[in-house]
Design a protein around this ligand. Structure first.
Ligand code: FES
Length: 128
């Protein structure tokens, strides 16, 4: 904590809390072919969930378009995500619809950012 005075008032600033939301570990479960993996990551550790899943689970076939939301090779069933991540934006609704996916929980993992919205979620890989 840093204190300073301008002679009339005493002011203080709080240092950023090292355990603020962006520094908290994020935990979720990833399921690939029935195999469950407990994943721990941090806010922004990867550009998006697709890259994180490729990295943590070694999915070679995953994310063929590189994350622009066009190929649907990164499709997952995402149960329990929260916050802004619930909203399907950019290319995601059109690509999912074109590929015949209409479940609320079906998502393009490349369109989900690595944030605390994933805490406690269960992410199941749908594409092979
Ligand atoms: S990587 Fe192609 S749609 Fe997600």
């Amino acid at each position: 904590m840093l204190y300073y005075s301008n002679k009339k008032n005493l002011h203080f600033h709080l240092k950023p809390n090292p355990l603020s939301e962006k520094h908290q570990p994020i935990h979720f479960t990833a399921i690939d072919n029935g195999h469950k993996t407990a994943v721990t990551c941090h806010h922004g550790s990867h550009p998006n969930l697709m890259f994180l899943l490729k990295d943590k689970l070694g999915l070679d076939y995953f994310g063929e378009c590189g994350g622009v939301g066009r190929c649907a090779t990164c499709v997952v069933d995402a149960i329990g995500i929260k916050g802004k991540s619930i909203i399907k934006e950019r290319n995601e609704p059109a690509t999912l619809s074109k590929m015949g996916y209409d479940d609320e929980t079906t998502r393009l993992s490349c369109q989900l950012f690595v944030t605390a919205d994933l805490e406690g979620a269960v992410i199941t890989i749908l594409e092979e």
